[in-house]
Design a binder for this molecule. Structure first.
Ligand code: LLP
Length: 429
């Protein structure tokens, strides 16, 4: 359930009208609902309470300090993939012993930082990385580096090709068959402290079956390795999908209806398929949700600049571009687009496109939308995850402001970038 709804025809984030925010702060504008994040965090913990999981929010989905501090206050842990993300978590007072450090290419500096800050564990993705971590720890007197190996369970999880991760055609993890030998090697190294085991099969997975298959495949291995090496935790990764179609739910029922329409698993289906297996393990369980916690908690508000008709197509040109939200251009991802004001009656078929000089700068193709006019605003929904965090300054476009709404209060949590700041540090030759 999320908290973007129409009231009197106008679109609201919690108790704040989006057009009022756009009047005040301009467009494009990211707007987040803090209540949605809290709700999703609690619901996830709730359905899995039988295993009392440590939720490690995957920071890459949205790393704004305001979002991180909401989650830190709720007691969340964090899954980071760079020194930069780790510094962000530290900045908001996130607990380092609840922080896991993942990523296929950690540099020596990043490993040092993780050790210095005292992360819960490094999630290791290759034998060479394992050696590197041991050697960095070896330079610090009496220091052991906490580690878990990332297992590639070789399970097809569906989803877009660019975001599947759990098969041997991907760069991620250590192949299932090699894991036992690598743990044995790691255990022989006095510089390493073996704490857990991790898997992650992909992102935007809307069915329970791939999760169930992967966990079922992992359990015998996890049990064996726990006995042999004293592992404390099993991390089942992230990947729980969200609703992108029909995402403008009117209350709880609307949200369920959208899930049904998309034939997507509900959260309790996810939980009931995993909990019995995980409970029997009697280990600490970690999860790494990113999109599920923040995806439906954000929208990108943009203004219609122009319209044009080519004879073959109708275009609606808006002031947000692929640099602000790249998912449609990069993954052909679907994002629902809704007028911010009261929708006009009727429908048009249009491509909503941005101002960036690329044919791929398109938010939707031939979409049936309520008629729009110059100056209207639309909200691109479900943009809270991998929206701002993947944005860029391509075409020297300052990135949008970000606003966090809590009830009737709206707080700018990152101001719109200033153009002059974009060449900061550059030198004329
Ligand atoms: N854990 C690991 C090891 C991951 O690689 C990821 C995501 C997550 C957790 C969080 O996955 P989530 O719960 O958010 O699905 N930019 C793409 C998604 C890339 C996901 C990368 N890894 C998109 O916009 O769809």
């Amino acid at each position: 359930m999320h908290r973007f709804q129409r009231k009197g025809g106008r679109l609201y984030a919690e108790g704040v009208a989006l057009d009022r925010l756009a009047d005040r702060l301009g467009t494009p504008l990211y707007v987040y609902s803090s209540g949605t994040i809290v709700d999703h965090y609690r619901r996830l913990r709730g359905v899995l309470r039988a295993v009392d999981p440590l939720v490690c929010y995957s920071v890459k989905a949205n790393s704004n300090l305001a979002i991180l501090s909401i989650l830190a206050r709720l007691g969340s842990g964090f899954d980071v993939v760079s020194g930069g993300e780790l510094e962000r978590v530290r900045k908001v007072g996130g607990k380092m012993e609840r922080c896991v450090f993942a990523g296929v290419g950690k540099t020596q500096d990043e490993i040092e930082l993780g050790l210095r800050f005292g992360v819960k564990a490094f999630h290791v993705e290759s034998e060479e990385e394992l050696d590197q971590i041991a050697s960095v720890a070896g330079r610090k007197k009496g220091r052991r580096a906490p580690i878990a190996l990332r297992v590639n369970p070789d399970v097809q999880a569906g989803g877009h090709a660019k975001i599947t991760t759990g098969t041997y055609a991907n760069k991620f993890g250590i192949p299932f068959e090699q894991i036992a030998a690598v743990y044995r090697r790691a255990d022989a190294n006095p510089r390493l402290h073996l704490r857990g085991i991790q898997m992650h099969i992909g992102s935007q997975i809307t069915q329970a079956a791939p999760f169930r298959a992967a966990v079922r495949k992992m359990i015998p291995l996890v049990e064996r390795l726990r006995g042999r090496h004293g592992l404390e935790y099993f991390d089942v990764g992230g990947g729980v999908g969200i609703v992108y179609e029909d995402a403008l739910a009117s209350g709880r029922d609307g949200w369920w209806k959208s899930l049904r329409a998309a034939k997507a698993m509900t959260l309790s289906e996810y939980a009931t398929s995993l909990v019995p297996m995980l409970r029997d393990l009697k280990m600490q369980i970690l999860l790494e949700p990113g999109r599920f916690l923040v995806g439906n908690a954000g929208v990108l508000v943009t203004e219609v600049l122009y319209r044009k008709e080519t004879g073959r197509k109708h275009f609606t040109i808006v002031d947000a571009g692929m640099n602000d939200l790249v998912r449609p251009a990069l993954y052909e991802a679907y994002h629902q687009i809704e007028p911010v004001g009261k929708p006009r009656p009727g429908a048009i078929s249009t491509d909503v496109v941005g101002p960036v000089c690329e044919s791929g700068d398109v938010f939707c193709h031939d979409r049936s939308l309520a008629p729009l006019e110059k100056g209207d605003r639309v909200a691109i929904l479900s943009a809270g995850a991998y929206g701002f965090s993947m944005s860029s300054n391509y075409n020297t476009r300052p990135r949008p402001a970000e606003v966090l709404v809590t009830g009737t209060r709206a707080k700018v949590v990152r101001p719109r970038e200033k153009v002059a700041a974009l060449w900061h540090g550059e030198k004329r030759s």
